[in-house]
Design a protein around this ligand. Structure first.
Ligand code: ATP
Length: 257
């Protein structure tokens, strides 16, 4: 087994945590991982789809509480990289670690917004949609106990979607629906949030609001966020890092550059 490389953060990163939201979302390294363990690390990772190599020898670490934007042209491997983080796609070579652990043991700590966000039923409300993902692996709605209602409403509130919760999803605009889906990714109070093109179909104002909300989650609650995006305009001044995929290589840089 190869040794895990030390974290390679860019200098100058120091997330600020709010004690109030810290209690609600219980951030911090999971039990058993030492303080300072990267939220996400890739060590010499090669990713492929069939015979096609998408990434070769990728190495980077993201500190807890950081906001990183993943950029790359269509078909360059952003979704494949996300699926690898979730433990759904095995790297051809190298190691991926979530808070120092294997991805498939850390799924409970990861919130995921997939790129393909089809509506299960247009008449379903946002609140019902979020509640139906409560059990994760078990389909159907949970009983409406106080605890579940609080968690569902808390997630909707953090996504700025509480006011949309009782409207049929089919009647929401693309940007409004995006907020409801984001609430679903927040439901289990994730420590790592992986968002596949969360800004697609959202107007400029809506993009700015979603990015501000994500930035707030990082800074006040210590959630680590990785989101894919086709441009940097919407995240400028908010993202800490940029991960750029191009020509089978992955480069980590300061997002302000
Ligand atoms: N399940 C699969 N089986 C075979 N090839 C796949 C599979 N999923 C993706 N690919 C291929 O892998 C490459 C990378 O796909 P991926 O979806 O990761 O790219 P992406 O950067 O997310 O693209 P986009 O910006 O268009 O969403 C593409 O050439 C795609 O056709």
């Amino acid at each position: 087994m190869s040794e895990t490389a030390p974290p390679r953060f860019l200098p100058g990163f120091s997330p600020r945590l709010s004690p109030r939201l810290s209690i609600e979302l219980s951030p911090g390294s999971p039990p058993g991982s030492s303080p300072g363990t990267p939220a996400l690390s890739f060590v010499d990772v090669t990713l492929a789809q069939g015979a096609r190599i998408l990434l070769e020898g990728a190495c980077f670490s993201l500190p807890e509480g950081s906001l990183t934007v993943l950029t790359g042209a269509n078909g360059h491997g952003k979704t494949t990289l996300f699926r690898t983080i979730l433990g759904l796609h095995a790297p051809r070579k190298g190691e991926v670690r979530i808070f120092g652990r294997m991805p498939d043991t850390m799924r409970g700590a990861i919130g995921y917004l997939p790129q393909d966000r089809r509506l299960p039923a247009p008449q379903m409300t946002g609140r019902t949609l979020i509640a139906s993902s409560w059990n994760g692996t078990r389909p159907g709605l949970p009983g409406w106990g106080r605890r579940i209602r609080q968690r569902v409403d808390g997630a909707l509130s953090r996504a700025g979607a509480l006011h949309l919760a009782d409207r049929p999803l089919g009647q929401l605009s693309g940007g409004e629906r995006q907020r409801v889906f984001l609430a679903g990714a927040l439901l289990q109070s994730p420590r790592l949030l992986v968002l596949d093109e969360p800004l697609s179909g959202v107007d400029v104002q809506g993009q700015a609001e979603i990015v501000a909300l994500l930035h707030d989650l990082c800074r006040r609650s210590g959630v680590t966020i990785l989101l894919s995006c086709h441009g940097l305009d919407a995240v400028r001044g908010r993202a800490d890092y940029r991960l750029a995929i191009a020509g089978q290589t992955l480069e980590l840089s300061d997002a302000a550059l």
